[in-house]
Ligand binder design. Structure first.
Ligand code: HEM
Length: 125
């Protein structure tokens, strides 16, 4: 089903598709699994947290209150190119369930956040 509306239901669908791709990715999968774990319960919790993050970003809803920048600065070092892999998987996931308009809203915001993470994480490189 292609959604033309960003709401909790469509964001939750996006989380399932996106994090299946993340888990299957040979570069990103291990980074995520080492922090989040392997069990369905642990991943459901992560997906729910990130769904709330996106609800906050795009709908001003949800209960996310964390420090996303700090969470990424604290990760063990990984190559900057991994951000392109992340964004590609995110874009492919958006293609599966959103129309072009919703896709571009998500992608623009994700690119902006990815740029700000990168400028902090790699600032001394
Ligand atoms: C290569 C790029 C990325 C990697 C490897 C990565 C990895 C991770 C990992 C392992 C966690 C779990 C951290 C933990 O539980 O301690 C996490 C959390 C999170 N990520 Fe990413 N991430 C990337 C890019 C992004 C981008 C571009 C966004 C936003 C557009 C994002 C949003 C978040 C948020 C909101 C959290 C939750 C932070 C918290 O615990 O409050 N990530 N990420």
């Amino acid at each position: 089903m292609i959604y033309n509306e960003i709401n909790k239901e469509s964001i939750d669908k996006l989380m399932n598709i996106f994090y299946d791709k993340i888990k299957a990715d040979s570069n990103l999968g291990p980074i995520f699994k080492s922090k989040i774990g392997e069990s369905k319960e642990e991943w459901d919790k992560h997906k729910d947290k990130i769904s709330n993050f996106w609800q906050g970003q795009l709908l001003r809803q949800g209960n996310y209150s964390g420090q996303p920048m700090k969470a990424h600065i604290d990760l063990p070092p990984f190559p900057q190119e991994f951000f392109s892999i992340w964004l590609n998987l995110f874009s492919q996931s958006l293609d599966i369930i959103f129309d072009d308009n919703c896709k571009s809203i998500f992608l623009k915001r994700a690119q902006m956040i990815a740029n700000s993470f990168q400028s902090m994480i790699y600032k001394y490189h």
